[in-house]
Design a protein around this ligand. Structure first.
Ligand code: NDP
Length: 448
């Protein structure tokens, strides 16, 4: 008889957990996974995927408008939220099904119920069933944080935004991070009157500020009201169901919805980690080593729950590396440096490597190259929006340390350039590359 019921028991079927399960099973391990909500996790069910679909859908508004002025005859354009919402959610259902199929196809046993840890090798399912595993992986992700201001119960988070019954004609968004900026752009483009409330003057704090500072004027020109150095103090519900939002700067706003996006906390409540001697970090995260192992030899954690880098592709890589380490005979760590990221604001921002500020702290001589241009596509728009690319280079070695962009399709363009930067190429290598003309991406090889 086997010593344990499973070689690997995974708690949480999001990006990291599913990848680890599938790869471990491929290496011949006997794997089970438990998920209390829906297969796919935050990214597929209520994050990256449905958000990006809303971004695309919201961009039709501009395209229709601009086409109408350039020879196209467009009939009366009307937008129906329920149709878009249901379309997006039906695609989420499709993807969830694919995730389930992938796991089943890989021979992973699935439990659609909550699981808690009872000891270094023990898990109890909500049904009461107890199972044992040689290794346990916690991949339970993160959860939106809600500040405790009066009336916060009337507000929504990114969890609820994909399911709204009614389109919010007036939307207040609290926060200045990824989620706040992305949804402000989506709902503004779809026709909401959007007010973004941020506690400082700085949005997207982790990004290169020389690029980020281009976004607020564009958001304002597109019709958004930006309330900086302000917080929500109180939200009250009025008789007609609308919300009255009082800000710390004395401004009062009437809104149909208030979306709070003030960060996400690791999902570790009630998981029984203490039964295996694991103490949580100050943000509720599970501390792990470079191989995603906790202080308990048999328990591991990947993805948002470890609060290393809260990004889907990072969770996937961590899950994959863990499965290779435990069952593939190939121990490997994940390199958390030089991770390309993007904010699907309108226009989008994309970034890889060091900001100028970070580089100046680490290197004695830094060179900055920029391009400030009007993308040809924007000539179809009455707006005068410009793109801006900024490259941070080590003056001694000529190596490119960072690249930061704002403009249409930034994320699509940056992904390829990120390979060059990860590979350690120099500014001269970029300069020696022939441009593809006319494109926005050619600015990358023409930076001055
Ligand atoms: P972020 O950490 O990106 O931003 C949080 C924002 O909320 C910041 O502007 C922060 O201000 C503000 N804030 C924090 N606490 C408070 C408070 N108590 N009162 C007022 N404001 C507050 O979090 P998000 O929720 O936007 O996103 C969570 C994570 O999800 C991101 O970190 C990202 O990793 C991931 N994500 C990635 C996406 C992508 O890759 N495109 C898209 C969406 C999410 P301050 O700057 O002053 O601290």
């Amino acid at each position: 008889m086997a010593e344990y019921d499973y070689d690997l028991f995974v708690i949480g079927a999001g990006s990291g957990g599913v990848r680890a399960s599938r790869i471990a099973a491929g290496h011949g391990a006997k794997v089970a996974i438990a998920e209390e909500y829906r297969f796919g996790g935050t990214c597929v069910i209520r994050g990256c995927v449905p958000k990006k679909m809303l971004v695309y859908a919201s961009m039709f508004a501009d395209e229709l408008h601009h086409a109408a002025n350039k020879g196209w005859t467009i009939g009366e354009a009307k937008f129906d939220w329920a149709t878009l919402r249901d379309f997006v959610n039906s695609d989420v259902d499709r993807l969830e099904g694919l995730y389930g199929d992938t796991l089943a196809g890989a021979g992973v046993e699935s439990f659609t119920e909550r699981a808690v840890i009872t000891g270094p090798n023990g898990v109890r399912l909500a049904s009461g069933r107890e199972v044992s595993a040689r290794h346990i992986l916690v991949a339970t992700g993160s959860w939106p944080m809600m500040p405790g201001f009066e009336g916060h119960e009337h507000c929504i988070t990114s969890n609820e935004v994909f399911h709204l019954e009614q389109f919010p004609r007036r939307l207040v968004v609290m926060g200045g991070g990824y989620i706040a900026v992305e949804f402000a752009g989506v709902f503004n483009a779809l026709g909401s009157k959007v007010t973004l409330v941020n506690r400082s003057e700085t949005i997207l704090r982790s990004y290169e500020q020389g690029v980020v500072e281009r976004l607020p004027p564009i958001m304002q020109a597109r019709g958004m009201d930006l309330q900086f150095n302000a917080k929500i103090e109180q939200v009250s519900k009025l008789e007609d169901g609308s919300l009255r939002v009082m800000l710390s700067n004395g401004t009062v706003i009437e809104a149909d919805q208030v979306l709070v996006a003030t960060g996400r906390a690791p999902n570790t409540q009630g998981l029984g980690l203490e039964n295996a001697g694991i103490t949580l970090g100050s943000k509720g995260e599970i501390p792990v080593d470079d191989f995603s192992k906790t202080v308990c030899e048999s328990i591991h954690a990947v993805g948002d729950v470890t609060d290393r880098v809260q990004l889907t592709p990072v969770a996937i890589r961590e899950g994959h590396a863990l499965a290779d380490t435990l069952f593939g005979g190939r121990p490997r760590k994940i390199d958390h440096s030089t991770i390309p990221t993007a904010v699907f604001s309108q226009p989008s921002i994309a970034s890889v490597g060091l900001t100028e500020e970070q580089a100046r702290l680490q290197y004695s001589e830094i060179k900055i190259y920029t391009s400030d241009f009007r993308p040809m596509k924007n000539i179809f728009s009455p707006r005068m929006e410009r793109g801006f690319y900024k490259m941070v280079v080590d003056g001694e070695s000529d190596r490119v340390l960072g690249l930061h962009m704002i403009g249409p399709e930034s994320a699509e363009i940056l992904q390829s350039a990120a390979i060059a930067i990860k590979a350690g190429l120099t500014k001269a290598d970029f300069d020696e590359t022939t441009a593809i003309h006319p494109t926005m991406a050619e600015e990358l090889v023409l930076l001055k």
